[in-house]
Design a protein around this ligand. Structure first.
Ligand code: AGP
Length: 610
């Protein structure tokens, strides 16, 4: 996903923009650029490649100027190239724009602008924005009214930063379905796609809402809505610290975030429990009376968050005994779902900006259905558009491959289910107390698995050369097979499928041969023997087997030496442990293959476009 940063103040803007772009690199990108205004001249520097290359080139030609905008581009329209990189300028060169989002009617707009004599230099949708603004702009009219006029013709999603040579004392910022935040400094201000880009300068931020235009000067911020009415947005304070956004002693953010899970889960448990036997969501906007009326739950999410939703289906249904279904946001938004009365939609999203999840939520809101969001980013669109929110408080997740957010979202849903089952009278006080006890034991049990990392690394080394993997799991660990497979494929690029092991005979067994590695999640379970039969069928076809098993199941060593043991745990809660070896296995295979673990090819940290 693209990243935007802008600075206006008394310091030189270029170095601040470059450092900010580095902090936004984790979002995924293929090119970077910036534009600054100095002495009534706009200078643009942009390249296909890394921010570090941009920094190097900047070293050769200092860009002076205390107002500037920068951008990391994740290609949607037009291949990664210098000409397609942002910022884009209009024909006169007086106006430059950076953009995050997609202009859905750019083809017709471009055709019109070409007819009117505009010269395009790129294949991007973004370039129509700057030419449209240029078309309306005149010194008499001014840049803000020109932007407003252009916006009226745009369809789609856009976060914009705009500079105009004749009005160098301002940055114009616009937000529509793509996040944009204003950083409020002292005699300096910023615009940014997410706060991690400016944390070292300020923690005071203003989250722009859809349809809002901000005129950002170094000592003043004026926000108005699409019709031009002035609005006052409150200034929020960002809670997490700048150091959250560094790797510390770890080689990659992904490994750091895997290791952060025990402390984060401990924090979440203490956040949402009042005592050893009481779960407390009173500081969330969760309404107990409302929950008691709910008769049906639909979970919508994408990617890893969808896998959390699948685990939650098993857990919630066992705790609250009402039907829970799980939908991919991208499917739900277009299938005109039948939603019965007293339905609660639960959306799960780390970023709170995933376009498909947001669209699904907007669809149900239109029908008057209440939405509870489980999210990691407080200022996100999803949080602001939901009726109820339970923040997961996992701190910024930088690595594109989601790990700590996965278990953080999961434990919040376990807590919600146990709380809900308790108030519905399905779960006894004693069960609630025991369940809380089990959750409290998870962090230490995760740490025990970390002690086996060396073994996991050896297993990774021995399976590096396999051209394809199959992950199998049953019951509440079927989603973990899917998540483990997603982790491996998205950072190692090895074709990997996750499957319900009961489905093996319905097709996947045809894949099994000596060239295939099969990961079996064979934790203690009431259907453990079924997994053993799967293992025997797989071995009979000479595939290599890796087993995730519960400590003590030494008989599994008869099948393979590639075993990672997890501590004993009640099956319902086992996904919080079975996922750990799979996160580490994917990590080590990708590192051994020499890939960019934190920024895998073609992926973005938050998919804010369809
Ligand atoms: C998971 O490792 C991926 N990064 C991706 O599938 C991600 O989970 C998905 O895009 C959903 O993101 P969200 O949780 O921010 O909505």
């Amino acid at each position: 996903m693209c990243g935007i940063i802008g600075y206006i103040g008394n310091k030189s803007s270029a170095p601040i923009i470059i450092e900010g772009l580095k902090k936004l690199e984790y979002r995924g990108y293929d090119s970077a650029g910036l534009a600054v205004i100095h002495d009534s001249k706009i200078s643009i520097l942009k390249y296909k490649g890394k921010v570090s290359e941009l920094k190097e080139r900047l070293g050769k030609q200092t860009l002076l100027g205390s107002v500037g905008i920068g951008h990391t581009r994740w290609a949607t329209h037009g291949k990664p190239s210098q000409s397609n990189s942002h910022p884009h300028s209009n024909c006169s060169g007086k106006i430059v724009v950076v953009h995050n989002g997609i202009i859905e009617n750019f083809i017709e707009l471009k055709a019109e602008l070409l007819k009117q004599g505009c010269k395009f230099k790129s294949e991007t949708d973004t370039e129509v924005i700057v030419h449209l603004i240029g078309k309306y702009y005149s010194k008499d009219l001014g840049i803000v009214p020109a932007v407003r006029k252009a916006l009226k013709e745009l369809k789609g999603s856009y976060a914009l930063g705009v500079l105009c040579i004749d009005e160098p004392e301002k940055i114009v910022a616009v937000r529509q379905d793509s996040p944009l935040i204003i950083g409020v400094g002292k005699k300096e201000n910023f615009i940014v796609s997410d706060v991690s880009g400016i944390l070292e300068h300020t923690k005071r931020v203003i989250y722009l809402d859809d349809g809002q235009i901000a005129v950002v000067r170094k000592d003043d911020i004026e926000i108005s809505d699409i019709t031009g009415n002035k609005v006052i947005n409150k200034i929020d304070k960002v809670t997490h610290k700048a150091e959250h956004v560094t790797k510390g002693k770890f080689a990659h953010f992904m490994l750091k975030e895997i290791y952060e899970q025990p402390q984060i889960l401990s924090k979440i448990i203490s956040l949402y429990t009042k005592s050893k036997s009481t779960i407390d969501f009173s500081n969330c906007s969760l309404n107990k009376e409302f929950l008691l009326k709910v008769q049906n739950v639909i979970i919508v999410a994408c990617g890893t968050s969808y896998h959390v939703g699948m685990v939650a289906k098993y857990a919630l249904e066992s705790f609250i005994r009402i039907p829970v279904s799980v939908d991919l946001g991208s499917e739900f938004r277009y299938r005109d779902p039948v939603i019965s009365d007293n339905t609660l939609v639960i959306s799960i999203s780390q970023s709170g900006e995933t376009a498909d999840t947001l669209a699904a939520v907007r669809e149900v809101k239109k029908r008057g259905v209440k939405v509870l969001s489980i999210c990691n980013v407080l200022g996100s669109s999803l949080v602001r558009e939901s009726d109820y929110v339970i923040p997961i408080q996992a701190g910024p997740e930088i690595s594109v491959a989601s790990t700590k957010a996965f278990t953080a979202q999961m434990i919040v849903l376990y807590l919600l289910g146990i709380y809900w089952g308790g108030i519905r009278g399905v779960l006894s006080k004693n069960y609630v107390k025991n369940a809380i006890e089990i959750l409290r034991s998870i962090p230490e049990k995760q740490k025990e698995i970390f002690n086996d990392e060396k073994n996991i690394k050896f297993i990774a080394k021995r399976h590096l050369h396999f051209g394809a993997f199959l992950y199998l799991g049953r019951n509440i660990n079927y989603p973990i097979a899917l998540e483990g497979a997603l982790k491996l494929k998205e950072i190692s690029y090895i074709p990997t499928e996750g499957y319900a092991s009961g489905e093996m005979k319905h097709g996947p067994i045809a894949l099994i041969d000596e060239y295939r590695a099969v990961v079996c999640i064979a934790n203690d379970s009431f259907i453990f023997d079924k997994m053993i039969s799967n293992i025997q069928e797989i071995l009979a076809r000479k595939a290599k087997i890796i087993i995730i098993a519960t400590k003590g199941k030494v008989q599994l060593k008869d099948y393979t030496k590639e075993i990672v043991f997890i501590p004993e745990i009640e099956e319902t809660f086992s996904p919080l442990l079975t996922i750990i070896p799979l996160q580490l296995l994917a990590y080590h295979i990708a590192v051994l293959k020499g890939y960019d673990v934190d920024k895998p090819r073609n992926l973005a940290k938050s998919v804010t476009v369809e």
